[in-house]
Design a protein around this ligand. Structure first.
Ligand code: ATP
Length: 439
């Protein structure tokens, strides 16, 4: 098992999300800047009409987050006694906000909780979704903390012209089964779907936090952060208050208790892909005005689309995705058609080698293959022309088939009764806050 000492001085660079020509972009199109929002992910277009790689360094500067460096990984290893996850070692978890504060508090015995989520836009999740969820499981195991998972069926309904409320509610329940199959601890995990949970009974405190946050948020802020305009529907403007409310322990008195003095100080860490950051920038601006702790974030890069476009794998775009419900044969066919960074002929490949930075099958291996040694050897052999693109595709197919087969087995064991337990508002195992004197 690799440890921090095996990691180069800076953790691996996030992969380029490819640079191949988008034929459908017209010649007269000018340079387009990259766009990363919860609704759009695109690396932009250069002066020749070519889609370009997402520049994650630029994104860190633009969003004002911090890069995860080697000293942060060392701290992780020291505090948890566990080697850093492969996504951390390879720079695929690359950026954060206030993670250092969470670790400072953890060191002093102050507990925190994790929050992540999924917008249920399809019945099955894809392997890209499993990236932040797998990483969240690693965090839950390493820090032994409670986790809240929000299924934003309301947001998917409001935002998608094609999906009915009934579809989104059904997808939420189906996605819950996929999420449970990632392997979360039932004693420390609460999952809820917005349309079931908000505004009554156990959701009352949550609903009140939405109102408090909503009152502090103007339409101008939402327009500036999400690029909304006057054609967006009124509830889309309100939704950021809902996504924010989960960041505060005060929304969940049945988990954390109801003493406002201590509960309002319980910090939250949000693992997510970087497209979700705009929601939490807003949330962090508002938190101190409500006397609450700003949530911390830890960001992953995107698993690229199969098409090798400049964009991420997305459930709303079936051609871009390998689903967790795909068969071995479907996976083989899809990876076979994935965008390759190999050369056009066998001879050229042998002469100049393949481009791992844009080779989608290789990119998938960087996310899913555990062995750093094997990955390094594949990279070297491909770049030196000692391997053809078909062999890289075969290696990625095998790894993804193994990953999905293991998932399939765990998923079979998740019954509706187990889901009901995960979704029942209840106390979770949680180390209580030390008294002010002890802090
Ligand atoms: P989709 O477009 O596929 O419906 P989405 O982008 O709306 O999905 P959500 O379901 O809202 O995604 O996201 C759940 C979590 O998975 C978020 O943290 C999101 O950033 C992350 N995520 C979604 N797609 C990818 C991907 N291709 N790679 C890594 N993380 C992803």
């Amino acid at each position: 098992m690799a440890t921090v000492s095996d990691v180069p001085d800076e953790p691996g660079q996030p992969p380029a999300l490819t640079a191949f020509s988008l034929a459908e972009i017209s010649q007269e199109s000018k340079i387009k800047e990259q766009i990363i929002t919860p609704f759009d992910v695109s690396g932009g277009v250069d002066e020749h009409g070519k889609a370009v790689a997402i520049d994650y360094d630029k994104l860190i500067d633009h969003f004002g987050s911090q890069r995860i460096d080697k000293s942060m990984l060392e701290r992780f290893e020291r505090l948890t006694g566990k080697p850093p996850h492969r996504l951390l070692r390879r720079g695929l978890v690359f950026s954060h906000r206030d993670l250092n504060l969470i670790l400072d508090k953890y060191e002093k015995g102050i507990p925190f909780f994790l929050y992540t989520g999924r917008g249920p836009s399809s019945g099955s999740m894809h392997v890209g979704h499993s990236v932040p969820f797998e990483f969240t499981k690693y965090l839950q195991d390493a820090f032994n903390v409670p986790l809240i998972i929000m299924l934003t069926d309301d947001e998917k309904f409001l935002h998608s012209p094609k999906l009915s409320l009934k579809d989104c509610r059904k997808f939420a329940l189906e996605n819950a089964l996929d999420i449970i199959a990632i392997g979360f601890d039932p004693a420390k995990t609460f999952i809820f779907a917005d349309t079931d949970f908000i505004y009554g009974g156990h959701g009352a405190a949550f609903g009140q936090n939405i109102l408090e946050i909503g009152k502090k948020t103007t339409n101008n802020q939402i327009k500036g952060t999400f690029g909304f305009n006057d054609t967006n529907n009124i509830l889309e403007f309100a939704f950021p208050a809902t996504q924010s409310a989960t960041s505060f322990a005060t929304s969940f008195p049945f988990i954390f208790g109801s003493n406002p003095k201590t509960v309002s100080k319980i910090p939250c860490l949000i693992p997510c892909a970087i497209d979700q950051d705009p929601y939490f920038r807003q949330c962090r601006d508002n938190a101190p005005r409500l006397g609450l702790v700003k949530p911390a974030l830890i960001h992953t890069v995107f698993l690229p689309s199969l098409r090798g476009s400049e964009s991420k794998m997305s459930a709303s775009d079936t051609e871009s995705s390998i689903y967790l419900s795909d068969t071995d044969n479907q996976i083989k066919k899809k990876v076979g058609k994935a965008f390759s960074g190999g050369q056009d002929t066998r001879e050229l490949q042998e002469q100049i080698g393949g481009r791992t930075a844009v080779d989608v099958p290789f990119q998938y291996l960087t996310f899913f293959l555990e062995s750093d040694k094997e990955l390094g050897s594949l990279r070297e052999r491909y770049e030196k022309g000692l391997m053809q693109s078909g062999e890289m595709k075969a290696a990625a197919t095998k790894e993804l088939q193994t990953y999905v087969a293991a998932f399939r087995e765990r998923r079979k064991a998740v019954t509706p009764e187990i889901r009901e337990e995960f979704m029942r508002p209840r106390q979770l195992i949680f180390r209580s806050m030390p008294s002010e004197k002890e802090q």
